[in-house]
Design a protein around this ligand. Structure first.
Ligand SMILES: C[S@@+](CC[C@H](N)C(=O)[O-])C[C@H]1O[C@@H](n2cnc3c(N)ncnc32)[C@H](O)[C@@H]1O
Length: 404
């Protein structure tokens, strides 16, 4: 049933781009919120009349959403890129899948979760508490190169190498334990003018590394696309340039008809778009929303709609047809080459026979010329002597030995 009343906004986390998500979700019958958080967006999905499956890797988020939405939706505690979550999404046969990446305001505000650079916070940052290495483990054990790559790739940090070196130097004298330890390493590397902007950026980079957030996103996007029913939509809200780049490139690639290498003569890929990109440019929050919710300032929304005809499902047959055509083309090329060389051999034989015939004719003509010319010389002399030359007699003049 479609409820026209706007869903209540939870205190846990204010859902960003709510109007955009509402419009994108309209008409949905089965929707997955793969980053449930406090359930703010899930409430919007529910209000469209859809059945909703909510997924979050943080049990505290699931509990908060349950407190907010009760039994009106289904819940799954798992990382959305895990085998369990992907299987559950496929079985659900959704027509909408929403990702609102990163962490919730509640997670940031809970100091003991270690997402904040407020003084004294433990360096944890795990979205699933207790699972996998914490931020502390990463800072105390990762090799310098890996730390540097994380700060460069996820934090766009120009001095990433120097920061990684500083961390390795500092951990020799004592392990990293609380936010201040990382803040001090940043200050020592970037100088006294570094401030909250730098800390936020580099804490975010560390969090992305700890939770393998870009790896999850890259692996899950195509799986989600294939799990959607034909004409279904995936929508992603990102807060980080690396996340947005992944989403933008994947959607763009799915929207292209051919993804074969440029010089490949025959198209052997899917040969048609998997759907269409619904957002030419990322949709961002307006000034009013940003004024009321600072989190919205870096939010970018992109959406993709799968083809009405289930390309993924006919893919098997489609591939077979492409390979059959390619096989026939290759066979045709072999047969054409064989036929051409047979024809050339036959033409050579004919020419040789013709040459033999012409050579025979030439010999005959030469004999007749010799006959005619010898008769022309000798006939008058023979007549003078009263002799008769039989017709068509070849007279061969043999030179005599010169007189001594
Ligand atoms: C920005 S919040 C979502 C807020 C939510 N849309 C709302 O309206 O309340 C992101 C949530 O996604 C969860 N999350 C992030 N990465 C995840 C992943 N790979 N798998 C499952 N949940 C994830 C976080 O634990 C967090 O609760």
């Amino acid at each position: 049933m479609v409820s026209s009343a706007p869903p209540p906004i939870p205190a846990y986390h204010i859902p960003v781009l709510a109007e955009v998500v509402r419009e994108w979700a309209s008409g949905s019958r089965r929707a997955v919120d793969a980053t449930l958080g406090g359930g703010g967006h899930a409430a919007i999905l529910l209000a469209t009349g859809a059945e909703v499956l909510g997924i979050d890797r943080d049990p505290a988020a699931i509990a908060a959403a349950q407190g907010h939405l009760g039994d009106s939706i289904r819940y799954l505690t798992a990382a959305y890129g895990s085998g369990d979550a992907l299987a559950a999404v496929r079985a659900f046969q959704p027509d909408r899948i929403l990702l609102d990446l990163g962490i919730s305001s509640h997670q940031v505000d809970t100091a003991e979760r270690g997402f904040t650079f407020r003084p004294g916070a433990p360096l944890d940052m795990r979205m699933t508490p207790g699972a996998g290495p914490s931020a502390r483990d990463v800072l105390n054990s990762w090799p310098e190169e890996r730390l540097a790559a994380s700060f460069a790739d996820f934090g766009d940090e120009r001095r990433a190498r120097a920061l990684a070196k500083e961390i390795v130097r500092r951990r020799l004298t004592g392990p990293f334990g609380v936010s201040d330890d990382f803040v001090n390493a940043i200050r020592a590397t970037l100088g006294p003018r570094s401030g909250p902007g730098d800390f936020a950026r580099l804490f975010q980079a560390l969090r992305i590394a700890v939770n393998d957030e870009l790896g999850q996103l890259t692996a899950a996007l195509p799986e989600f696309r294939d799990a959607l029913v034909p004409g279904g939509r995936i929508g992603v809200i990102t807060y980080h340039s690396g996340e947005d780049r992944i989403v933008k490139h994947q959607f763009r690639e799915w929207g292209r008809s051919c993804v074969c290498p440029p010089r490949q003569p025959i198209c052997t890929c899917r040969g048609r778009p998997l759907g269409r990109v619904l957002t030419k440019k990322a949709i961002v929050a307006g000034a009013a929303e940003v004024a009321g919710n600072m989190r919205a300032r870096s939010a970018q929304f992109r959406a993709f709609e799968t083809a009405e005809e289930a390309v993924a499902r006919v893919k098997g047959r489609h591939w077979l047809a492409i390979w059959l055509v390619a096989l026939l083309a290759a066979l045709w090329a072999v047969i054409a080459r064989q036929t051409a060389s047979l024809n050339a051999a036959r033409a050579l034989t004919d020419l040789r026979a013709e040459r033999a015939g012409l050579e025979g004719k030439r010999d005959e003509l030469e004999r007749r010329i010799r006959t005619a010319s010898s008769r022309a010389v000798l006939l008058p002399r023979a007549q003078k002597l009263g002799l008769r030359l039989p017709a068509d007699t070849e007279i061969i003049l043999v030179p005599t030995a010169p007189p001594r």
